[in-house]
Ligand binder design. Structure first.
Ligand SMILES: Cc1cc2nc3c(=O)[nH]c(=O)nc-3n(C[C@H](O)[C@H](O)[C@H](O)COP(=O)(O)OP(=O)(O)OC[C@H]3O[C@@H](n4cnc5c(N)ncnc54)[C@H](O)[C@@H]3O)c2cc1C
Length: 379
């Protein structure tokens, strides 16, 4: 069975590391980077230059998976072909697609052209370099940062940046830059319950972050954003850096006449995570539209991408041995949001579907534990 795994993110890497070398299977992983990125820690890299990547080759040892560092241009499910940017064309018997998501700029005028994102290491480097420039001797430009989107990524980023600003201000004797967090919706962190959200909001306020909820980002230029309140009042906020974390959509790289797509361009999959009408193709992670036990879309998170990848890896082994596939059952174990330093808020799942809310240092430890669980699972 000739198998291609596209993408070494949380989904693709989890699938690959569940494989064992067997004669029935020949597997190639195609990934544009020579490393896996801990995307859930990119905000730390953006603020503190924390290392957030791991070389792939050692992780794939003992799996029988060969690594091809190359960029995928397009996937044609009807022709069963994967075209690479260098012009080569790969074919397969079984395909696993885990190429993740891209930022959705919602066609807001000037946003895609002027805003940074936080989706890959180079984005984090770009933000880190800006912060350093702001504190360099002779810096003349705008110092303030506008972050659009107060979901998980936006909130984790602003708290980490505020901490870095405090640290640099102390070291260099300069005032900290101002951080504006712009959110069109009525609240920050809509996925959390009210008590946890209140705690997170209080932490942001203590950092001096200007929280602008109910403010729609209308337009961006190279050095400002225009926001509008629900009453239609507009204001212009000057900024040295604009960062958009307000939405994602599935990477649009897979074509097929019988492909079914849902919200955010996610590809509809069956109970075993195979693209509907294409039983040889597994779509996992942010690109797939897997459903939970209540028939609702599974959230686009690393936690679920990892679970889908692990199941798919095991299903590939079953397929190669001619055994029946096992259906996907998502399991939300909890969710933690880091708020800079040792502060975090979140919840963990208890038996009988109860949730335990946790804040402070313990929540930080829980967040770190989930990162370590991931690290251990791919070893
Ligand atoms: C700052 C931040 C914080 C987050 N925090 C959390 C959190 O706390 N908890 C949580 O559960 N989730 C979190 N998420 C979401 C989580 O990171 C994603 O849901 C997860 O990464 C999706 O996994 P994936 O495997 O589908 O895609 P990815 O992890 O994005 O992997 C896609 C892979 O495909 C590769 N690739 C892409 N295009 C090509 C191409 N054309 N050719 C070859 N290779 C390609 C990429 O290099 C990448 O390795 C966070 C996201 C961000 C950005």
């Amino acid at each position: 069975m000739k198998t291609l795994i596209l993408g070494a993110g949380y989904a693709g890497l989890a699938a690959a590391t569940k494989l064992k070398p067997i004669p029935e299977m020949e597997t190639l992983m195609v990934e544009q980077n020579a490393f896996h990125t801990f995307e859930t820690r990119l905000h730390e890299a953006a603020a503190h230059n924390t290392p957030v990547t791991l070389p792939l080759a050692p992780l794939l040892r003992g799996t029988g998976v060969h690594l091809e560092q190359a960029s995928v241009e397009s996937v044609n499910l009807d022709e069963k072909e994967v075209k690479l940017k260098d012009g080569r064309v790969l074919t397969y018997d079984t395909l696993v697609v885990g190429l993740g998501s891209v930022t959705n700029f919602y066609r807001i005028p000037g946003l895609a052209e002027n805003a940074a994102e936080l989706k890959q290491l180079s984005d984090a480097d770009d933000i880190f370099n800006f912060v350093n420039r702001v504190y360099a001797d002779g810096y003349q430009g705008h110092r303030d940062i506008v972050v659009g989107g107060a979901g998980l990524t936006g909130v984790e980023l602003v708290t980490e940046l505020a901490q870095r600003a405090e640290q640099l201000s102390k070291e260099r004797g300069l005032p900290p830059f101002k951080i504006h967090l712009v959110e069109a919706g009525p609240k920050i962190l809509p996925v959390l319950d009210d008590a946890l959200r209140a705690k997170a909001q209080q932490t942001l306020e203590e950092y001096g972050i200007n929280i602008l909820i109910g403010h729609r980002l209308m337009q961006a230029t190279a050095d400002s954003v225009t926001v509008q309140t629900q009453d239609g009042e507009q204001k212009v906020i000057p900024a040295g850096k604009i960062i958009w974390t307000g939405g994602i959509q599935a990477r649009d790289i897979v074509a097929g006449e019988r492909l079914e797509k849902g919200p955010g361009g996610r590809i509809a999959v069956d109970a075993e995570l195979r693209a509907k009408n294409y039983p040889d193709v597994f779509i996992i992670g942010d690109m797939g539209l897997a459903l939970n036990q209540e028939g609702k879309p599974v959230p686009t998170t690393a936690q679920h991408a990892g679970q889908q990848g692990r199941l798919t890896g095991k299903n590939l082994m079953r397929l190669a041995r001619g055994e029946a596939l096992v259906a996907y059952e998502p399991n939300s174990l909890g969710e933690f949001v880091s708020l800079g330093g040792l502060m975090a808020v979140g919840w963990m799942k208890l038996p009988w579907n109860q949730k335990l809310a946790i804040t402070g240092g313990l929540a930080h430890v829980m967040k770190r534990a989930s990162e370590w669980r991931w690290r251990i699972s791919i070893d």
